[in-house]
Design a protein around this ligand. Structure first.
Ligand code: SAM
Length: 213
């Protein structure tokens, strides 16, 4: 899987196809969660969430891990104009999050946005378990992602959109997954329970807050 070739156009593509809908989904629960000390943004890509996180949590240390250097460059560029101390609180790491080792003592907030949907069933369990191992016993986890709406025409609509997205990302980025796998069981296995859930776009988008302990 390689998102490098998409990095520069990912933001414009999102703006054209979804307007502000994905961003609203990303930040929907940001004001609801407790203030964290250390935040892990896994697969943060083009960094739309990062400046919001920096502003909302002015004392938190934030680690951004992504497997694409080009995506990390785009995310880094978003910090221009933020206050001087922000850069000192943020670390950008080019790594596969399944293999990356953290030396910082655990994260009390994990954020995965439109990231877990890149993985097939087995890889998803492994990635969630790995992220869970990086989380503190009292950690919170924000998930924003696509989902298949529960019924009616909205279900049909979401299936068509999600299917098109998988075709696109498989061809352009070589993602391994060919269908959406819910991360719920993997999150529960990692010791998290869903605390809050919002849906939007006729059930196509979900914003979830999971927590441990
Ligand atoms: C679909 S993009 C999502 C970007 C962003 N989080 C968003 O909200 O739109 C998935 C991102 O996950 C990254 N990624 C995929 N597999 C990864 C892995 N194993 N470890 C770290 N990053 C990964 C990709 O490089 C890409 O930037």
């Amino acid at each position: 899987m390689n998102f490098d070739r998409l990095a520069k156009v990912y933001g414009p593509l999102e703006a054209v196809t979804a307007g502000g809908k994905l961003q609203r989904c990303r930040v929907a629960l940001l004001d609801a969660i407790p203030v964290p000390r250390r935040v892990l943004l896994a697969g943060e890509g083009h960094g739309r969430f990062l400046p919001e996180c920096v502003r909302r949590f002015p004392n938190a240390r934030i680690v951004v891990v992504d497997a694409s250097t080009a995506m990390l460059d785009v995310a880094r560029a978003r910090l221009v104009g933020l206050s001087g101390d922000a850069a000192a609180r943020i670390e950008f790491v080019h790594a596969d999050v399944s293999e990356w080792e953290d030396a910082g003592g655990g994260f009390d907030l994990i954020v995965t946005q439109f990231f877990l949907d890149c993985f097939g069933a087995d890889a998803l369990v492994a990635v969630v378990a790995r992220l869970g191992a990086l989380a503190t016993p009292d950690a919170h986890w924000l998930v924003a992602d696509f989902q298949i709406a529960p019924g009616g025409w909205a279900r049909w609509r979401s299936r068509v959109i999600v299917d098109l997205l998988y075709r696109f990302f498989r061809i352009v980025c070589g993602i391994e997954a060919d269908r959406l796998v819910l991360p719920d069981a993997a999150l529960e296995m990692a010791g998290f329970a869903r605390h809050k859930r919002l849906t939007s776009e006729w059930g196509l988008l979900k914003s979830e807050w999971w927590r441990r302990g």
